[in-house]
Design a protein around this ligand. Structure first.
Ligand code: ADP
Length: 746
């Protein structure tokens, strides 16, 4: 998941969640909230209207009392009529028991007759009765029609003299008060009298007819003197209503403030919609902000990651661009530190690269030095060992015992020196990681036979018996480099012979072990290795105390052996008992192919090593040897002299050699490669391009023993590649074979 997506998701969740919860909560509580707000409002309005009506009732009472008393004892009260009119009194009069008007104070209108309306008196008889029962106390009648059939309320007071004071009041003040209250579409106020008849209402006909609402539940509550809020069905509006209601104490008028519930639901819904709209807007804004902030945070991180990736790929020039875009201080610091780090790494890298170059060049120098030493040592050794072999083989002039022993010493030490040179070369290649391996499927039998063949002579010489327990058994195919494996086995066998006793044995055995390996075991009956020295066995140049003894050795054989075995994908181990002997084993990976049949193996065998020398009596052959080192020329002259039928021509450089070759057309050319001027490879090329010489076989005799040199030489067209120091027997065989081939096909 991308960092930006992660930050964006987290921010969005944190910002949107509260908005969502708030919107949901608002949605859920909108209706109840709205009801509670409206109910409170209506309660307050109803209460305020009640207070206004209470004050009006008080004003009416005071004005009525003043007027009635003034009517009994007339006094000129200035503005009385105006004052009464202000309070919507039509008039105030005193009537006797027969209804005749005794005294009269007109205000908005005067009565039409001298006798008070019988109908009105009949209508307000209960009020009159109540007033008669409480003389002097002012009573309010319910609403009724006056003689002009207009709604009116009457104030009644029975005076001490028995007359009755009656004041007619128009409901105008109620109507004005009622009209002042209007809200919503159908929200209004309504005022009823003390028996539940309409005094003021938005419906004019209800007012004119003074509609009786005493059956409506809320009106009943008012008539009982209750205050509060209620919900009810209104037949007038034909809707469910919610209403605040209150009653005026003392007079019993009721005030209610109803509103259709549908309006409240509507309002709650619109509030919910508004909340939802705000929530959606909030989500949009939150999303935008989250995206923006996630960009601010993640972009620099992305750039850092890209730069780090580029650095990991090795591009040390890649840095983070320090842009002016807004980003947190910590990230700016990180970018700066990163760039500084890259600069540092770049500097250190340059130093390391220089050091590596130096190391490589010094390693190259070392390799070149070792290679050149190899060449320089082999050339004189060629002459030394070659002549020693010649002396040993010389049957015409047999050597004395002392001379034989001296030659043996020369050969043994010379070969030991060569072995040392080879081991140093191997160690150098292993350390440089350039030891070439040619892995292939090889029959184990071949490798064991070759190793046994190579050790037998030495074992015989040291009077150690070789017992081959593998003989006759079916052996598998190995996946290995045969040359290197032979080197390993030969080293172990050589040690088994070297560190043995006269008359001892070396046993070669094989067994298949798990993990697809063949274990080759070499067991000797020699001197063994003391337990306390066994840990140092594979350390290079460690001879475990034999440095001063008479057994030749360098102490690097086992170290090289172990490294080669590991490179071949195998393992090496040993068990040893001091004075009893040692048993070394190597595990070598098996091939995943089936082992070929025995006959196939035999058919594939090259009998090169067993070939018999062939005498060519009578026919004289010419061999040209191109070599600049006179000792080596003498050696080859001595060896060739043994053939009897060969005439040897020599040339000290390639130019002379080429001329001789074209003029004399020898049957075989032997050629050193490191020649002054034109080297052996160039000379070979020239010979092959020249018609007279192109068919003459050319054999290289050289100190260049590196595998790449040998392969290169054979590819270039050398018939054979003989390395110095020459092994005389092999050398003779090669020349003999080549000349015989020339004989047959030439
Ligand atoms: P080198 O034989 O040239 O001294 P190696 O590396 O082959 O060197 O062996 C290291 C040492 O291990 C030898 O010097 C010898 O002391 C001991 N060693 C090796 N093989 C045997 C063996 N089969 N029996 C007794 N000692 C052995």
């Amino acid at each position: 998941m991308k960092l930006r997506t992660l930050i964006f998701g987290a921010l969005l969740l944190v910002s949107v969640l509260p908005v969502g919860i708030l919107a949901y909560w608002q949605q859920q509580t909108a209706v109840s909230n709205e009801f509670s707000v409206v109910e409170n409002q209506h309660k307050v309005i109803a209460k305020n209207l009640t207070i206004a009506l209470d004050r009006y009732a008080t004003d009416l009472r005071s004005a009525f009392q003043l007027t009635t008393e003034n009517l009994q004892n007339p006094n000129e009260i200035e503005g009385l009529e105006w004052h009464l009119s202000e309070l919507y009194f039509q008039h105030v009069c005193l009537i006797d028991a027969s209804g005749n008007i005794q005294q009269l104070q007109c205000a908005m209108a005067c009565p039409a007759a001298e006798k008070f309306s019988e109908t009105v008196l009949l209508s307000i008889r209960q009020t009159l009765q109540a007033a008669a029962n409480e003389k002097g106390v002012i009573h309010f009648s319910h609403i009724t029609h006056n003689p002009k059939q207009q709604p009116a309320i009457y104030l009644v007071r029975v005076m001490a003299d028995g007359n009755t004071a009656i004041g007619e009041v128009s409901p105008q003040y109620f109507i004005e008060l009622q009209r002042a209250v209007a809200f919503g579409e159908k929200g209004h106020a309504a005022i009823v009298d003390n028996i539940g008849r309409v005094i003021a209402h938005p419906k004019p006909d209800w007012m004119n007819s003074m509609k009786d609402l005493s059956r409506v539940s809320v009106v009943q509550k008012m008539l009982n003197g209750e205050n509060g809020v209620t919900r009810f069905y209104s037949p007038a509006v034909k809707a469910d209503m919610v209403a605040g209601f209150n009653s005026v104490p003392g007079v019993g008028w009721g005030v209610m403030v109803p509103q259709p519930q549908s309006e409240i639901y509507l309002h709650a819904e619109s509030i919910s919609k508004a909340a939802l709209t705000i929530a959606i807007l909030g989500v949009f804004v939150a999303s935008f902000l989250s995206w923006w902030i996630s960009g601010i945070l993640s972009k620099p991180m992305q750039l850092l990651a890209d730069a780090a990736q580029a650095v990991a790929r090795g591009d040390l020039s890649s840095k983070v661009g320090l842009s002016a875009n807004p980003r947190p201080i910590e990230i700016r610091k990180l970018e700066k530190s990163f760039n500084q780090m890259i600069d540092d790494v770049g500097r250190k890298n340059t130093v390391l690269v220089n050091l590596a170059h130096e190391a490589v060049s010094s390693s190259n120098h070392k390799s070149a030095f070792i290679s050149s030493m190899n060449h320089e040592l082999r050339t004189p050794m060629n002459a030394v060992l070659g002549f020693a072999q010649m002396l040993e083989m010389n049957t015409q002039e047999p050597l004395t015992e002392n001379q034989k022993s001296a030659i043996e010493h020369i050969l043994r030490n010379g070969n030991h020196l060569l072995e040392l040179i080879d081991q140093m070369l191997d160690l150098n290649k292993i350390e440089a990681g350039t030891l070439p391996l040619k892995m292939e499927d090889i029959p184990a039998r071949d490798v064991l036979d070759e190793s046994l063949y190579l050790i037998r002579e030495r074992a015989h010489h040291e009077r150690v018996e070789i017992i081959d327990q593998t003989w006759g058994g079916k052996l598998p195919l190995l996946w290995t480099d045969s040359t290197r494996l032979i080197q390993v086995l030969l080293n172990l066998m050589t040690n088994a012979v070297k560190y043995n006793r006269k008359g001892g044995t070396v046993t070669l055995g094989c067994e298949q072990v798990p993990e697809q390996m063949l274990r080759i075991r070499i067991t000797d009956t020699g001197i063994g290795i003391p337990a306390e020295q066994q840990d140092d066995l594979f350390k290079p140049f460690e001879r475990l105390g034999h440095e001063l003894g008479n057994i030749d050795g360098s102490g690097i054989g086992l170290s090289i052996t172990r490294q080669i075995v590991e490179m071949l994908g195998g393992q090496i181990g040993f068990e040893s008992d001091e004075d009893k002997g040692s048993s070394f084993w190597v595990d070598i990976p098996l091939s995943n192919k089936e082992s070929p049949l025995e006959e196939e193996i035999n058919a594939a065998d090259t009998p090169a090593l067993n070939s018999k020398r062939h005498k060519n009596e009578g026919v004289v052959r010419t061999v040209l040897y191109i070599e600049d080192n006179p000792d080596n020329v003498h050696l080859v002259e001595a060896i060739i002299g043994q053939f009897g039928y060969i005439e040897l021509l020599t040339a000290e450089n390639a130019t002379i050699g080429f001329d001789l070759a074209t003029s004399k057309r020898p049957d075989l050319i032997l050629m050193d490669i490191n020649l002054p001027g034109m080297n052996g490879l160039q000379a070979l090329k020239r010979l092959k391009q020249t018609r007279e010489t192109q068919d003459i076989p050319v054999i290289a005799i050289t100190s260049n023993t590196m595998p790449k040199d040998i392969v290169g030489g054979l590819k270039a067209g050398f018939q054979a590649y003989i390395t110095k120091p020459i092994k005389v027997t092999e050398f003779i065989q090669t020349i003999d074979q080549t000349l015989n081939r020339v004989d047959k096909f030439g």
